[in-house]
Design a protein around this ligand. Structure first.
Ligand code: UD1
Length: 352
């Protein structure tokens, strides 16, 4: 059996790694296509190295552009690759433009699509990722879900039971695999931050593209920097928006995006994580670290009901919310967040 994996953006890579590893074990033939949606070493190459994923077999080199142009480039450039390779499964990950674009081309060529991380919904159609999730799930014929709420969502949307397979969370496979490397990195010590660090990531258009909202969040972070080490590895988009808006982060430790293991070291030792990332909502739940999500909604409700996540949509409430966080014992990890999800994905693919 031959798998063709399509990845493109930073959050795809920790999802690919455990599936690729398990498929090697299962003796499946594999091709990795990188769309080039993310291309900076810090956003892409460093992740392949840290996660032990072999270099991509094909790089489509699409780069940054508007959603339409980026999606169109992927569609155009991936078609000949899929025609040539004709895999048994095209495996797509998460909710980025690369995910949806690859799924559209694959089904039109009569190829079967498997979606890893199917069934998540924010119910917020203004999020580009929500459109990517819905379109991809509609097209895929194997819906590999990270949590039981996702199964229920897909059933309610009329997806056939035979296509829905609960596998658990592949992101947590990568986390558990990389924790020793994260501890060994000594990254927190190098930065000189202690257990009271507030670790921040922000990149959603809804937070960073609106200068007034971004300024409100920056106010809260500067306020917190009086009492805590506030560490903010910033996505290139966010850095650009901060520059454009002329926002000074004061005592906040603003830095370039950090590598996977370094980020895990920061997160596992954090007092609290402030984020709008989907992956970090999950990683903090798995590690028992409090997480404040600066959004109105989440497509990962299990991180609230069974984890450490809390929505704080109003930037004016953020500083007080951080100050009121009290550490509690880590809750048990959600079902299937056990480090074996990649094996279950490989098994589900090989069995069909
Ligand atoms: C994309 C995903 C988002 C995911 C995020 C993680 C979509 C719709 N969005 O958003 O779901 O959470 O990745 O990072 O697919 N840039 C660089 N170097 C890079 C990549 C991007 O400098 O390697 C800059 C460019 O200025 C670019 C901007 O970041 O215009 C945004 O990149 P883009 O891929 O369009 O979206 P992300 O915000 O990264």
């Amino acid at each position: 059996m031959k798998l063709l994996h399509v990845v493109g953006a930073r959050p795809n890579f920790p999802k690919l790694a455990p599936v690729h590893r398990a498929a090697v074990q299962a003796g499946l033939v594999q091709t990795v296509v990188h769309t080039g949606q993310h291309y900076d070493d810090a956003m892409s190459g460093a992740f392949f190295r840290d996660l032990g994923i072999p270099q991509p077999d094909v790089d489509l080199g699409v780069g940054s552009a508007s959603h339409a142009v980026q999606t169109a480039r992927i569609i155009e450039r991936i078609e000949p690759v899929l025609e040539r390779e004709r895999p048994d499964w095209v495996v797509v990950y998460g909710d980025v433009n690369s995910t949806m674009a690859a799924a559209i081309v694959a089904v039109k060529l009569g190829l079967r699509v498997a979606h890893v991380e199917a069934g998540l919904r924010s119910r917020d159609w203004s999020m580009p990722e929500e459109i990517n999730r819905i379109v991809t799930d509609r097209l895929a014929s194997l819906l590999l879900t990270p949590s039981r709420d996702a199964d229920a969502t897909l059933r309610a949307e009329g997806e056939p039971e035979s296509e829905i397979v609960f596998v658990g969370n592949v992101m947590i496979d990568s986390l558990l695999h990389a924790l020793p490397m994260a501890r060994a990195s000594g990254f927190r010590a190098k930065l000189g931050v202690d257990g009271k660090a507030v670790v921040v990531t922000l990149h959603r258009p809804s937070n960073v593209d609106e200068p007034r909202r971004l300024a409100g969040i920056a106010d809260a972070l500067r306020d917190l920097a009086r009492d805590y080490a506030v560490v903010f590895p910033a996505h290139p988009r966010t850095q650009q928006r901060l520059r454009d808006a002329g926002i000074d982060m004061g005592a906040v430790k603003l830095m370039e995006p950090v590598a996977y293991a370094e980020m895990l070291d920061l997160v596992q030792g954090a007092h609290v994580v402030v984020t709008d990332s989907g992956g970090l909502q999950e990683e903090t739940t798995a590690l028992g670290v409090p997480c404040l999500t600066v959004r109105e909604n989440t497509e990962r409700p299990i991180t609230i009901t069974e984890g450490t996540n809390q929505l704080v949509p109003d930037p004016a409430a953020l500083a007080a919310a951080v100050r009121s966080v009290r550490r509690t014992p880590a809750p048990p990890r959600p079902e299937g967040w056990d480090g074996k999800a990649g094996e279950r994905v490989a098994h589900a693919l090989a069995a069909r």
